[in-house]
Design a protein around this ligand. Sequence first.
Ligand code: SF4
Length: 463
Amino acid sequence: MSTENIPSDSKQLNGPKFLKSEQWDGYPNPAWLKKDKKKVTLLFNFVERRKSFFLQAYFHRHGFIYKDLGDHIYEDVRWGKEYGNRMECNPMYFTSGSIIKNLFQIQKETGLTKEEIVNKYVFLGGGGQCGPCRYGMYPQEYLKAINDAGFKGFRILIFSSDIIQDPMPKGSAFTFSLAFKIDILISVILADFIHIAECALRPYAKDKEQALAVLSKAEEILLEAFKSPLYLIKLPEALKKVSKMIADVPRKNLKLPKIYVTGEFFANLAHNEGNYNLRRFIMDEGCEVFPGLFTQRILYDNWRRTREAIRGIKFAASEMERKFHQTALRKQNVSTSIVNWFYKYFIKSFNPESFGGKSEILDLDHLAELARPYYHPEIFGGEGNLEIAEAIHYANSVDGFISSKPFGCMPSSGVSDGVQAKIMSMYPQLNFLSIETSGDNEVNILSRVSMLLFKAKQKISLG
Ligand code: SF4
């Protein structure tokens, strides 16, 4: 290639001077320091109400001033779209919109200026990498939307993120300590347990309202036990107590169609308007639905990182790189053992079999092998091979199978659903439906779900 046309002054390669700009390092996210701990309220939520409800226990025990922002609602999407970038997947709009909606609400209720709110509040929430897709941009998108809404310099604390919170600044009021990580795991497990109980009771209870009241009472009992510094001793006792309360709820003796829901993590596991309250709709329409367990999703994340580490060791270009992946592998193995240990420790006391609860955690190696011929398990991003593997795993044991994903979700709509066509041709008995959530369009989506449920009911009535 001739070099005669390349300017001798390399700066000219960047274009005319008026177009030149400085390197952009992202939005500022100032540290929240220990000295301000008692002057600041920590706002938080995490996918659905029950998880953040139980997480209150951690903030209570550690002396924070906190406010649980609870469930996502449709209004969150409107706020998220107003201040967020175009063409994001809707979990992003739900989560960023929820923060902005609440900040404006606080402004209205307290009369504080935006600057005062920035000084007196911080937000803590999830924003992990779910692979090569847009989820990895959550922290910057939160900050962009919040700053554009006028809360300049508002501080956020994001867990499961490789992007901005690791390591936390020195002297921070809040750190992602081991104690916090264990407590968030326990919060997820407890939320899963109550969800298991709801899936077991709701379609069968003689009095649905009474059953739901029992579940609310159970949540309060568990939260009280979890708030105690002796929670590792108190929670098993509390779990035994609520298990008995749940088992005592009078139930109808019915044979209902069984529906399995899979899909992108938010569209599958936000048991709120984030997925049109999908499982509740299915149950209220007279079907049984398998619970969607967040613990299973955490284990998949660990499984994925383990596979990445094994691959990293195999193809390491240097000794240093190999050691890096070996350390990562050890960490993931420890993390997986901790998750399994806590789940098993608490489930013994909760005893879901006593009230017909389904609490099975699927073997991820087995699922990977089921999916392998159709979806390579080491193609990561979103739920990876899970949706395909679960369709095969449940093909002969459920009456309906729904794959739920946000509109435009790359791994789930773009890849998994393409492969599902092959799975459906192999298992024509699989009553399959793919739906895309968008934060609106509820009637259309749920009417499509109704058609699947109708077919499922026909299936069992025909024997
Ligand atoms: S998995 Fe889909 S919905 Fe979830 S962040 Fe990635 S692209 Fe968005």
